[in-house]
Design a protein around this ligand. Structure first.
Ligand code: SME
Length: 180
């Protein structure tokens, strides 16, 4: 039975503990549920409330969510399309190779950007974003099916701990959904 309390995080948890709770709750929510919209929506909510429960810089996260591979884009010109998220309205489509999201999708490698102004081609959906982490979700022979994108309103919002846990989350999400 899904309960909103799944997104309640204690005020004094460490970042690793908060991410551990995100993964455990996500795993529970994915039980007998493989719809990608449903699962990415709940995961975005879990991430958002996890960051809000943490001290700075994590509580300065201003966007957390997903872009998925646009099934209508040509294989020769793959494109991401906005998926479930928490935060302000965002760019609807991003070509592979463009911006932080597009580079993560094209290279299939996590992009940890301490200062978005120093990243060539960064797409400023929300001018408040100062740092960003993007983790590709790669599924077997399908390749990149989606990316996790988290923005922070201060520089250096993310470190290697975020990378490690978001990569674990990407693996869990990737194998837990049926992708279009
Ligand atoms: N900044 C991203 C675009 C997506 S928004 O941050 C939600 C990029 O450069 O790809």
């Amino acid at each position: 039975m899904v309960h909103a309390d799944a997104s309640t995080f204690a005020a004094d948890v460490t970042k690793a503990e908060a991410y551990e709770q995100v993964l455990l709750q996500a795993e529970g929510l994915f039980y007998e549920q493989r719809n990608w919209v449903c699962n990415l929506s709940n995961t975005a909510a879990l991430l958002w409330y996890a960051y809000k429960s943490l001290p700075a810089p994590s509580n300065q996260v201003n966007w957390a969510g997903f872009y998925t591979l646009n099934p209508l884009s040509l294989p020769s010109r793959p494109q991401l399309i906005l998926g479930p998220f928490q935060g302000k309205v965002a760019c609807q489509t991003i070509a592979f190779g463009r911006g932080v999201c597009g580079v993560a999708a094209k290279t299939q490698k996590t992009q940890l950007v301490p200062d978005v102004d120093a990243f060539p081609g960064h797409i400023a959906c929300d001018g408040a974003s100062r740092s960003e982490i993007v983790v590709p979700i790669v599924v077997g022979d399908k390749g990149v099916v989606a990316i996790i994108d988290v923005d922070c309103a201060v520089p250096d919002g993310f470190d290697d701990l975020d990378r490690v846990w978001l990569e674990k989350l990407a693996e869990l999400v990737g194998k837990s959904c049926d992708w279009p």
